[in-house]
Design a protein around this ligand. Structure first.
Ligand SMILES: [Zn+2]
Length: 312
C-alpha cells in the first residue's frame, strides 16, 4: 500500500489548525504530551473492550444521551464497532475519543493523535456526525482518514521542529532511531514523517514489511509490503517501480538475523524513462517488522555502467 497524499488547501488548512494548537500550548518541547492536548481541546478519552458487549451497550447508551446523531441511529456506534476493524473513534457531539483497549500499547499514541486529527480538522465533523442520509463513499472515507493521519503526523512531530532537526541529520536508520527517542513516537511513524517531510531533491523511499528472509504467515507475495512511503521526487520519478520489485530488492541483501540491522547495499532502480539510478538501502528489524530506507545517490550514465561492468 503506497502512502496517500494530502496536498493543496486541505494540507494548508490542517497545518494552520495544528500550528494554532501548538501555539496555544506555548510551542512545547518534544515529546508532545497528548494529555495536555486533550485538556486544551476539552476532549475526553476512554478505553473500550470491543469483546465486552455490556460495556459497548452502556457506551452506546451514554452516547445516545449525549449525541443527536446517535439518537437518529441508535445502533450506529454498535454497528461501527462490530462490523469494522475500528480500533479508535472520535465522537464529535460528546467530544470523546474511544480507544479499543485490545490495541497494542505502542499504537495508542498514533490512534489517539489520529482521532485528535479528526477533531481539529474543521470539515471532518460534518462527515463524521453520521448524517443518516449521507453514507460516506469508500474513496471519501480514505481521504478523510489520510487527512486525520496527516494532522496526527503534524501534531506528534511538532511541524517545523521535526523538519529542521531531520534536515540537519543524514537520511539514515540511525537518524530514525534518534528522532524516535526524541519525539516519543514509533519507529514506523518516524520513518514515515522523515520521508514525507524530506525537503531535499533526492528521491527517497521507505518500506515497512515482514522480515524479508523469514516470511511469516501473513506474507502475501503479490502484496509483499505493509507500507511503501515515497518522497515527492520518488513518487514522480519511480512510479514504475512495483512493491514486488522493492521487496525483491530487500531480499537481495538482507541477512537472516532475528533483530537489529539486517544489512545494507547499493542497488539500481530504473525510473519511468528507463534511466538507471543508484540507491543506498538499509534495513532494520524490530517488533516483528522490518523498516527499510532507500536513498538515491546518483544517476548512472552509460559510461559509469560500462566502468562498473568492466570493474566487476
Ligand atoms: Zn479516522
Amino acid at each position: 500500500m503506497k502512502n496517500p497524499l494530502v496536498t493543496g488547501h486541505e494540507a494548508r488548512d490542517i497545518q494552520k489548525q495544528v500550528a494554532k494548537l501548538l501555539r496555544d500550548l506555548g510551542n512545547p518541547e518534544p515529546p508532545l504530551s497528548l494529555d495536555v492536548v486533550r485538556d486544551r481541546l476539552d476532549l475526553d478519552r476512554q478505553y473500550y473492550d470491543s469483546s465486552d458487549q455490556s460495556f459497548v451497550r452502556e457506551t452506546v447508551h451514554a452516547i445516545k444521551v449525549a449525541g443527536k446523531q446517535i439518537l437518529k441511529r441508535p445502533t450506529l456506534l454498535w454497528d461501527v464497532i462490530r462490523t469494522s476493524d475500528l480500533r479508535a473513534l472520535w465522537l464529535p457531539d460528546s467530544k470523546r475519543i474511544l480507544i479499543d483497549q485490545e490495541l497494542p500499547l505502542l499504537k495508542h499514541r498514533w490512534a489517539e493523535g489520529h482521532e485528535i486529527g479528526h477533531a481539529i480538522t474543521p470539515w471532518h465533523a460534518e462527515y463524521l456526525m453520521g448524517d443518516a442520509e449521507a453514507e460516506l463513499s469508500p474513496a471519501c472515507f480514505a481521504t478523510i482518514e489520510a487527512e486525520a493521519n496527516y494532522a496526527c503526523g503534524q501534531l506528534l512531530f511538532l511541524q517545523d521542529r521535526f523538519v529542521e532537526e531531520m534536515m540537519s541529520m543524514p537520511l539514515s536508520i540511525d537518524s530514525v532511531k534518534r528522532l524516535k527517542e526524541e519525539f516519543g513516537n514509533t519507529y514506523t511513524s518516524t520513518l514515515w514523517r522523515m520521508i514525507e517531510e524530506y525537503r531535499g531533491s533526492k528521491p527517497v523511499v521507505g518500506i515497512v514489511s515482514v522480515h524479508p528472509v523469514h516470511l511469516n504467515n501473513e506474507f502475501n507475495p503479490d502484496d509483499p509490503c505493509r507500507y511503501v512511503i515515497q518522497s515527492p521526487r520518488f513518487r514522480d520519478l519511480f512510479a514504475s517501480v512495483t512493491e514486488v520489485e522493492l521487496f525483491g530488492t530487500l531480499q537481495s541483501y538482507c541477512n537472516s538475523r532475528k533483530g537489529g540491522p539486517l544489512g545494507e547495499a547499493d542497488v539500481v532502480l530504473s525510473d519511468v524513462n528507463g534511466e538507471r539510478y543508484e540507491f543506498h538501502f538499509e534495513t532494520f528489524f524490530f517488533h516483528y517488522q522490518a523498516l527499510s530506507l532507500g536513498v538515491c545517490q546518483r544517476k548512472l550514465n552509460k559510461s559509469a555502467l560500462i566502468r562498473r561492468q568492466s570493474a566487476g
